[in-house]
Structures are given as C-alpha cells and as structure tokens.
Design a protein around this ligand. Structure first.
Ligand code: PLP
Length: 475
C-alpha cells in the first residue's frame, strides 16, 4: 500500500475519475442516471471479508457513484441553493485530504491554521464586515447559525451576571428570541439545540417576498426588556429577500439586544458593488452565518461563523481541556471558534478560491448570476401561463405554471412541469412550497452557468410547459 507504484496508481485513478467527471459534466444528462433506490442496490454486497487492491476500489467507487450523481457542478443546475464546487476548490480539497492534517490547533496543523487565518481576513475584507470579527470555519450555514447563536446566548446572559457555559440554562433569566416568519429552518434547529426552543420565539410578520416588517420588529422590541436575540436574514431561500437591516438593527442595538444574521448565500451581495445596497447596514450586527459552499463555490462542506465579540465567540466554543497548547499573543487555534476539536483543514479550499477568483472575480460572478436570474425570469414571463411569483432582486426566482384562478390545477401543473424537466435532464430545477403554493425555484449560483446555458434552460422550461399545457399531466 505504501510502495511508490501503488500510491501513484491510486492517486492517478482518483485524479482521472475527477477529471473525467468535471470535463464532461455539462454534456451529461443534468440529473442522476439512477435513483437512490437503484444506487443502494449498486453499492450493496456482502460485508467484505478480504481486502481488494487500492486502485481497483477507487475505480469501482467512481464507476458506481457517477451513475447516481446530481450535476450540481454543471452549468444548468438550478435546484436548491447549491454551489458548484469549483474545480480549484475541489483540487485544493483533494490535497487537503491527502495531507491528512488535523486542523484542531496550530501545532497539529501549522499550514492549515495559517491558511484559515489569512482566508478569514480576506473574507472579512471582501464581505466588508468589521475587521475585528473572529471567524470559525464550520461545515455550513447550519453550524454557523449554531455558533453565532451560542455566542449570542453567552453574551446576553453574561450581561445579567449569568455564566451559561458553566451553569447551563436551568434557572437562567429568560432570553427573548425575535425572528422573521420566513427564516430558514436551520435557524430554528440551532435554537432547538441551544435550549432556546424553536417555538419559544416571537415571529415577526413578513411581506410578499419574505422581508421582515420593520414596524412588527419595532413592536416586538418595545415589548421586551433587551435581554433578547434578534435573528435577521440576508437572502430568503425562495425569493432572495433581505430584511431591512438599516432600519431594524439600530433599534435592536439601542435596546441592548444581540443581532444575528443568517446570510448563508445572501451575505455575498456585500462582495458585489452593484448588489451591496441590498444588505446595507448589515455590518452593524453582532454575528453572521455565511456559506462558502454556496456562492464562493468551495466544495462541500464549508461555512463561516463570524462574530464581532471575539471573547463571546471563544467562550461559547472553547472546551476547558488543559492538554491543549494555549494561544499566545495573536495565535489563533481553529478549534476555539467551532464545535469540533479534530477537523479537516477547510481553510485551504477557501484560501485557494479567493486567490483564484479574487475580489473582482467574485463580484463579477455574483453580478452575472443575478443578471441571469433576472433574464430567465423575464424570458419565462413572456410565455402565456407562466408567472414569476417574486421580485427577482438577487439570484432566486420562483415560478408557477397555469392560471391562478384555479390554484389546485396551477399547483398540479407546476409540479408536472418540474417532474417533466427532471426526467428530460436538459437542466435541473426543483420545487418548493411558498405561501402554501407549489412553485418551481430557480437558483442561479453555479460558477459554470453562462447566459447561453441559461437561455438553453429557459427554452427547455418553456417547451416542458407547452407539453404539459396541451395534454393532461402525466406521470
Ligand atoms: C442553505 C441555507 C442555510 C443552511 O446552510 P447549510 O450550508 O445547508 O448548512 C441556512 N440559511 C439559509 C438562508 C440558507 O440558504
């Protein structure tokens, strides 16, 4: 296993598999060839009693897995809000795995810790957030929300003399959580895990596109005593809507509340001069959750938990273990800012992506995606029977098919168009529920998506609609 020839064959097989897939992803059917159930059969077999040659295992894994892959890395993938695992990030990640670094602290992983620290500084610069913030490299938006809200919980209770890290929540003074009605489910999950309760919140009404009402927020703030955490959103999952940060954050701060922002993809608007005004004032918040594996195109999984009060961040996430080397001066141990001790060196892929795209390349990509989303929505809206159900301010568009005079039939037709498109595989689109209705959601967020690929996808969507409109919806 360790002899040079075997190693070379092994890593060559992996690199060849990666190259074969990435160089053909746009020409493939834009959906998995086999279903989840079929894939289960393909991977199945009796528990292996004896080993198999290394390169054979890898070749076999690649051959099997490729038949059940979503083409998220491709140019015509608009399902969910999933970045494209840019080849540069993927290559950095292959090295990260091969290097086998445990990025728990800077002695165990000097290079990994340093790359993370520098990438964190670049991130704050590009997102134009307070440069004194600390940044934890986590698995994604979910974990980033958890870390941000843990820091919030710590700071809010500390102000009233309660040490939540040491004494827990039993007997603690209550905290009020104020949150928009269209917040992402993972924020509620974080509240659940932190003992704040996913239903023990004040939900603020939102407008048609999911933007929080600022008068509703003002009322909720006035009714609490400041021992509060306000959770705002940059980029609603379906519509791309932003909460009115410039209006509500000063109110919350005046009351002494902590403001956390879930900006999993939307916070990247800050990196793009033409879109930055959508998130104006968001830099006044206390903590932010943002993903790398969405708009920055790093491979899965990467997210960033950004906290202004670095002490609260460390307090909430540092274990009281004595065997770990301490931080001295401006040393930064990655594990003090996240839940995990042992962890992969996520900073390498982020460092590589920012180096590759640069500030300008990131801004250009985001602007291109936003313009393509608008263009797709406008082209689709020209076809009779197709309705764009949101104002396309960012990269998200939601679409319905049929007449809104018959909501049940419109829902059925929308669902049928989605299923037809998924069968045909020219592009991949997904469905969502919005305001109790079925919609098709287009997320333009793949680095590989160009105007030409988007136009080809629009034609496929219009054709699918015409086919469904003219016949009874078939399965
Ligand atoms: C994707 C998303 C999340 C969750 O992030 P993960 O990276 O999937 O953990 C949270 N909030 C919003 C708005 C999102 O779009």
């Amino acid at each position: 296993m360790t002899d040079g020839e075997t190693l070379e064959k092994l890593f060559e097989a992996a690199a060849l598999g990666a190259h074969r897939f990435r160089s053909t992803v746009g020409d493939r059917l834009q959906r998995p060839e086999l279903s989840y159930r079929e894939m289960r059969r393909l991977f199945d077999g009796p528990t292996p009693e004896h080993g198999s040659p290394a390169d054979e295992v890898i070749r076999s894994l690649a051959e099997k897995a490729e038949r059940g892959l979503q083409m998220a890395a491709g140019p015509r993938f608009f399902g969910w809000v999933i970045g494209a695992s840019h080849p540069v990030g993927a290559a950095a990640d292959m090295l990260t795995s091969a290097w086998g670094q445990n990025c728990g602290n800077h002695e165990a992983a000097p290079a990994g810790s340093a790359a993370e620290e520098i990438a964190a500084r670049w991130l704050l610069d590009i997102l134009d957030l307070p440069r004194e913030c600390s940044v934890g490299f986590v698995t994604g938006g979910t974990a980033a929300n958890l870390v941000g809200l843990a820091a919030a919980r710590s700071a809010v209770l500390r102000r009233v003399g309660w040490d939540v890290e040491k004494d827990g929540l039993f007997g603690a003074p209550p905290i009020q959580v104020i949150i928009g009605d269209d917040a992402h489910t993972t924020v509620f999950l974080a509240l659940q895990v932190l003992g704040l309760g996913h239903d023990r919140v004040v939900r603020i009404p939102t407008d048609r596109d999911g933007q929080m009402s600022s008068s509703g927020f003002r009322k909720a703030m006035a009714a609490c005593d400041g021992r509060a955490i306000a959770v705002l959103q940059a980029g609603q999952l379906n519509t791309g809507a932003f909460d009115p940060f410039a209006e509500v954050i000063p109110l919350a701060r005046e009351m002494g509340a902590w403001v956390h922002v879930d900006g999993a993809f939307g916070l990247w608007a800050r990196a793009c001069p033409a879109r930055a005004s959508l998130a104006a004032g968001v830099d006044q918040a206390d903590s932010w959750a943002v993903d790398g594996h969405k708009w920055l195109q790093t491979p899965y999984d990467t997210g960033y938990a950004i906290v202004r009060d670095a002490d609260a961040h460390r307090r909430a996430m540092t274990a009281a273990a004595s065997y770990l080397p301490g931080e001295e001066g401006d040393d930064r141990d990655p594990s003090h800012l996240v839940l995990e001790l042992s962890r992969r060196a996520r900073g390498f892929a982020t460092w590589a992506m920012i180096r590759h795209l640069g500030r300008q390349g990131i801004a250009d990509m985001i602007e291109r995606h936003c313009q393509i989303a608008r263009r797709m929505a406008e082209m689709l809206a020209q076809e009779p029977g197709i309705t764009v159900a949101n104002e396309v301010v960012l990269n998200q568009a939601i679409i319905s098919f049929g007449s809104d005079e018959d909501p049940a039939q419109q829902d059925a037709l929308t669902d049928a168009v989605i299923r037809r498109l998924q069968r045909e595989g020219v592009c991949f689109v997904g469905g969502a529920r919005w305001r109790g209705r079925q919609v098709m959601r287009l997320s333009v967020i793949s680095a590989a998506t160009t105007e030409a690929e988007a136009d080809r996808s629009v034609s496929a969507i219009v054709d699918a609609w015409r086919a469904e409109r003219s016949g009874p919806a078939r399965d």
